[in-house]
Design a protein around this ligand. Sequence first.
Ligand code: NAD
Length: 412
Amino acid sequence: MATESALDTARSQLRRAVELLKLSENDWQTLSTPRRILEVAVPLRRDNGNVEMYKGFRVQYSTTRGPSKGGVRFHPAIDMDETVALAMLMTWKCALTNLPYGGAKGGIAVDVHDLSLSENERLTRRYTSEILPIIGPERDIPAPDVGTDERNMAWMMDTYSVNAGFSVPGVVTGKPIVLGGSLGRTSATGDGVAISAIEALRVKGISQAGATVAIQGFGKVGYWTAIALENFGLKIVAVSDVHGGVTGFKNVTELWNHFQANGNLNAPGTEKLTQEELIQLDVDVLIPAALADAITQANASGIRAKIIVEGANAPTTPGGDAILNDKNILVVPDILANSGGVIVSYFEWVQDKQNYFWTADEVKSNLNDILMRSFREVEAMATSMNISWREAAHVIGVARVAQAHKLRGLYP
Ligand code: NAD
């Protein structure tokens, strides 16, 4: 069987939604074609004076429902195909949650662990400057993703603003609070993943108190998901990062403190696990929160979790998905489960536009409203059409984009 890249996965999910919606071949052509693709060379002067070239990408997959929106990933494996796939997913995610955005994604093929702080800053600023003609608060609004965080967003906002001649906080989201960031954005994706997990437990009739959870990835999404779920009374039994997994820790905060102090997860009293062992643990909820293609045809049959909540983007290949469906495992798909990040990014953009900032409670309550509305819509669509939750989520998102295309018509 052909390898399943993130782009293969995204295209096959779109193909299925187009079939379910009985859209035409013309619609498929329109929906499966990215609107604007930019590849840039990003030269970096290293601290030792050497100059190295990196490849940078920005894909604006759709601008039909509003400015495009999506993260910036710094990771050695990122390429144009993956960026297109992730930008496509952002398009359906924004449509599913009914945010007034299209979808985008970007990044640089670089290992951030090889960069000093000042190298990271220079690389971020030069990348921003190279993609500057196509971004802006009314055009395309970047945000953090794998390998980037609020520091990178501050440098991007500053680079854009210096070139504009005035402060433009709305050009990026996920900024530090003092620069126009939103309360609640740092934990938003994890909070949304946790809300999705709680709702999925309800659907499956599993009691929330003491339900067990394994999380692959202990970065911005994995960590905040773990904290939120622990606060909801669930038991996090295992987590992993790029170096492998651990089990046997007392609680997430203690493990995080060890990780911050030592740079590894091997806290005293913990036992090591491989990624595959973690994925196949006998838990109620499995949360992939790292990279694409974590669950495939090769490992899905060994999964024993009752529910999978996709914190990561595109963590399950179509081959893996088919096996999970056969095993009757409830999969809350990425474009629903991890949409908390873009929902609160939207709130940040709205606050920046209005120069009026909300309380943490307002952010939390509005996030909950939008996520729960989307959750109910997906649950109802899956039931009424007798399809998987992933198919239902794509049907809703793709239908909204297709309808917007039809209503706008074709220029000229
Ligand atoms: P991050 O860089 O903060 O963390 C990534 C984590 O994954 C790290 O703990 C890293 O060690 C781990 N990791 C990397 N490769 C791994 C591997 N092969 N096996 C196991 N763990 C591995 O990134 P993040 O922002 O937490 O993003 C994680 C996922 O969530 C990505 O798929 C991203 O696209 C998605 N996502 C992020 C956001 C957001 O707001 N940051 C929003 C929606 C979706």
